[in-house]
Write a protein that binds this ligand. Structure first.
Ligand code: NAD
Ligand code: GLY
Length: 352
């Protein structure tokens, strides 16, 4: 098992290893004086892993209640958020009790936000069960729900008390959802770890899962420790995301987050090559790795459609947007542009 310590406004460990679900209760008991644990999950994950988590919590002497909502991005909304809060209140969860988010990024984000708001903040544990949640969303304390106007438009920074990443849970992921997580893995290699990019190109992700997750979590830990509240350096984690979010929006979310990020990274790299900001070999290596991991790289929307969607990005300040531009494998730069330049970047990125 690997232990990665995150030092932020609340400091905590990320544990990565096989078989950790069965030890949830043991870790929870060490961490808090909770008498009740509320397990929140979705209707795909709970039938697979809910009982193991609840059994372990009960064995540690906790009263366990569980709340399960329909899987998928469409549940990451204010109704689910409100239902979780009411569930916690109706089940007399107190401020010294514990919430457990068992699932992918959707469960983690909405449950984290509910934990931040319920009684002005109760402790919560993230148990990520997708690769994307393991390498990204469960670590760093960004919690959110989507609003009608767009994704992640309401939320808070609220660090978990523990992240338990049981690598065994990833065995049941459908290939396409596993591939989504691979896009985030490639993002880490591209912005800051050339040797890791080489390892991924040689050995893939599945054959070295624990190493891959731990490497990404260590990288995210370093970024979050330096800029927990996303005022500067943390923006590097958005490589591929500005154009990716636009692709997601244009597809009405039928293109998954990971696939959209893969397309976004390819577009940004294409544009960087076209503008002489990085070598064509960088783009070639990125496209080869993304294809090898089963990810798409071509946008199917026009520059004007993507522009409309990109202009609704919550990261725009005034008329400035920071693009994350690759300069080499393992090196990206935060590059401020005026939003009037976005259309040209999108066209250079290969928008149809
Ligand atoms: P998800 O939570 O919707 O999970 C994808 C699907 O996989 C769901 O249908 C789920 O039920 C199923 N699933 C989960 N674990 C499984 C398992 N072990 N076996 C079988 N099926 C399983 O999506 P995701 O890709 O995990 O996360 C995407 C979300 O994460 C988006 O809402 C995105 O905005 C958010 N996100 C947040 C951050 C952050 O820092 N907070 C970072 C990146 C992404
Ligand atoms: N996933 C981007 C971040 O945590 O900042």
């Amino acid at each position: 098992m690997n232990t990665i310590h995150v030092t932020a406004s609340n400091s905590y460990d990320v544990l990565v290893g096989a078989g950790l679900l069965d030890r949830t209760g043991e870790y929870a008991a060490k961490l808090t004086h909770a008498v009740c644990a509320a397990v929140v999950s979705d209707d795909t994950v709970f039938p697979l892993y809910g009982e193991a988590v609840c059994r372990s919590l009960r064995a540690a002497g906790l009263r366990v209640v569980s709340y399960v909502f329909p899987h998928g991005e469409r549940s990451k909304n204010i109704e689910t958020f409100s239902d979780i809060l009411n569930f916690l209140a109706e089940n007399r969860v107190t401020r010294t009790d514990l919430v457990v988010a068992l699932g992918g990024g959707v469960v983690g984000d909405v449950t984290g936000f509910a934990s931040a708001c319920y009684l002005r903040g109760v402790a919560y544990i993230q148990i990520p069960t997708t690769l994307l949640a393991a390498v990204d969303s469960s670590v760093g304390g960004k919690t959110a729900i989507d609003l009608r106007a767009g994704k992640n438009l309401a939320g808070s920074f609220y660090q978990p008390h523990l992240v338990l990443c049981d690598t065994n849970t990833l065995a049941t992921l459908p290939d396409a959802i596993f591939a989504d997580g691979c896009a985030e893995v490639v993002k880490y290699a591209m912005y800051g770890n050339a040797p890791f990019f080489e390892e991924l190109s040689q050995n893939g992700v599945k054959n070295q899962l624990s190493h891959v997750i731990s490497t990404c979590v260590c990288m995210k830990r370093d970024v979050v420790c330096a800029d927990e509240f996303d005022r500067g350096g943390r923006q590097i984690l958005n490589f591929g995301h500005t154009f990716g979010h636009a692709v997601e929006r244009c597809s009405d979310f039928s293109v998954s987050h990971g696939s959209a990020v893969a397309i976004g990274m390819a577009m940004m790299s294409r544009a960087a090559v076209k503008r002489g900001l990085c070598d064509a070999s960088v783009l070639a290596a990125l496209l080869a790795l993304l294809h090898e991991l089963g990810l798409p790289t071509e946008p199917t929307f026009s520059a004007s459609e993507l522009l409309e969607a990109a202009c609704r990005d919550k990261k725009i300040s005034g008329s400035t947007l920071n693009l994350i531009v690759p300069r080499a494998i393992g090196s990206c730069e935060i590059t401020p542009i005026d939003t009037s330049e976005l259309s040209a970047w999108l066209r250079d990125g290969g928008a149809v």
